[in-house]
Design a protein around this ligand. Sequence first.
Ligand SMILES: Nc1ncnc2c1ncn2[C@@H]1O[C@H](COP(=O)(O)OP(=O)(O)OP(=O)(O)O)[C@@H](O)[C@H]1O
Length: 770
Amino acid sequence: MSNEADNLSVEQQRVDHVIKEISKKEEKLYSRATGLKENVIELRKKFWEDVTINLDEPDDVIETEASIKQQAELLSERESVHGKVGEELKTFEKLKNSPYFGRIDFVEDTAKENDQLYIGIKSLMDYEEENFLIYDWRAPISSLYYDYSPGKAIYETIEGKITGEITLKRQFIIREGLIKGMFDTGVTIGDHLLQQALGHNASTTMKSIVATIQKEQNKIIRNERSDLLVVQGVAGSGKTSAALQRIAYLMYRYREELHADNVVLFSPNPLFTSYISNVLPELGETNIRQETFLDYLEKSVGDNLSVESPFKQMEYVLTENGSDTYAIRMKGMHYKSSLDFKDMIDEFSTQLINDGIQFRNITFRKNILISKEQISDYFYSLEKEIATPNKMELVLKWILKEIRTIQKEEKNKDWVMDQVELLDKEAYLKAQYELQRQDEKTGFDDASVEEEYLRSQVVKKYFSSIKKRVKRFEFVHVLATYRRFFTDWNPQTTPEYWKEICDQTASDLSRKYLTWEDATPYLYFKGTLLGDDRADRSVRHLIIDEAQDYSAFQFAYIQHLFPYTRMTLLGDVNQAIYTYATEENPLIPETFLGNHERITLSKSYRSTKQIVEFTKYFAPGEEVIEPFNREGSKPRIRRNNKEDLAAELIDSIQSIREKGLQTIAIICKTLQESETIYNLLQDEVTIDLINEETYSYQQGLLVLPIYLAKGIEFDAVIIPDASKQAYFMESDRTLFYTACTRAMHELVMVSGKEPCTFIEEAPKDTYEMN
Ligand SMILES: Nc1ncnc2c1ncn2[C@@H]1O[C@H](COP(=O)(O)OP(=O)(O)OP(=O)(O)O)[C@@H](O)[C@H]1O
């Protein structure tokens, strides 16, 4: 037998041994799980039998409550243990299929013993719980695997640095318990495995990359020192992948203190949220809070305002050029994205200390209980030095006190008696029961007491909704105050066309419509009046993907909302598709971030070498872009004449499918164009149109606008109109680049007679034209 075959046989024996150990442990755990399950079922069935219920005396009621609570706690504790055991069993199943993916042999300088370490998605001890059979990829020692090739190596532990030598580095592909591939690697984590990982077809959900994490990516994943980590990575360089493995790493590293709801990920669109939703569960971790920034803002806006999505804004920018209001809105968009506008809001807020905040009347049955003037007078009578949100708290307390007084007076009015007469039998019975209980103590017992009681119940019910609204600060008319900013106030310095911008904004606000460019400023302003949502103090880590799409103002607002949160920003300046609104974004070096650490990723893994070699010529930024060495065919330009676009597209789709590629995205500049293409093709082929409400997609043929394809990848991309008429402005460059870089294996661009200038920037030998 050759040496290689020998090695393979020894390694397979070890895999078999590990699987046997897992099976033994699984069996033991399984019987524990069965016991627990029965226990939980029994507890649920007998829940009420084991609770002592006695409501006769107040003391008995308290005792009953305690007894229910105790029983519920016991049940929930058992359920949670049962859940954990279930999770562990699932992990065992995964490990039986593929126990590990790597091995390193390491000789510590002090020990001189050759340790063989096998690395997989979870740690595993043998049945006797004495030796590690598998090390978790996140364990400190596992960093050796990602950071070093054979030779001298160091890793860090809590106790300090450990030095030694790696004598072997081996990678495995194990499926269903069988070694399908085994490679001893030199410099980086072998091309073999990476080639395999990248050569497959696109999937509708992202996969974890733990077996092939690259050294640069590992720096992002394991970074613990920075409060603000900024990653600029070219398209397809693994930013999202690194972000997700980083979350899994942090959850492992800080497992005692960091829970899934302490970590928030802002993603670019709902499709992306579902695209990445499997990675953490695949790694055995619970999913964290994932939302779009739009979702986040919408939750806090209130006032029945409708918020424009960034996608609608982009659609407006791309399709409404030429309308009367367009130029003004573009100017407004630009200004409202800047920190100058934030300063302007601060200036306005400072002035509101003296006057100008708008309040709402507190009304009840069409009568004003407390007028807005009274509220305003009370507010402005408070010490000027007290911060506005604190003054609002004081106003709130004052209003509630006033309402309590009014409530008492209201009780004796006629309308209350009318309502009492309309009460149902149940309310009367309840009243009698209550009064009987009180009677035992007070000795009261007559009809007037009952009436009194019922009156107070009716008034209480009617006033409770007012109180709730007061507690939500609805007495402050934030919208009207913000509107005054544009109608009644003259800032010291203003941008060009400020008057027109103001008119346009005021008219939108009158319609209760918040454009995307106004959404963040509005919430920031609301925070200056009412204070910000305290719940966000629980967020310990915030990860922002596609960070280049955030304006200076939006990012400053995020920092203001999460002052104690560690942040990781990941993005690519080349894909900054909102540059029409904001040229400043958090990824541009030294913009406005303050203290931060920056990591750059320049290798692109998603697309074939041919696609990267083509797209890099028209990439907007200066970043170095290196392709990973995976071969494919050159991008193709098809110069059709417009009349037979459908035939042209179907022909392209067929030739792509003949290569065995399944997920083909027709990526358009706008939703409008996507709908046209969809209508053109829907009778000929099965095709899905993706819009901003689409939350997931199936493999197959899709049509979608560029802004919804962000962060996602497809086997093949077809750009149905890559002509000079479609992409001609400088601001189209990032759009075109983003669309092209979604392709893993094939890129086809259909152009008219004149392909767009960006294509012309690439040397002719980087593409084929027919
Ligand atoms: N180390 C790796 N091992 C295996 N696959 C990888 C690795 N790094 C990246 N990839 C793959 O490359 C593709 C692109 O990765 P990812 O989407 O994370 O890149 P990105 O930088 O976020 O891209 P973009 O900014 O263009 O959306 C994915 O298919 C991912 O699985």
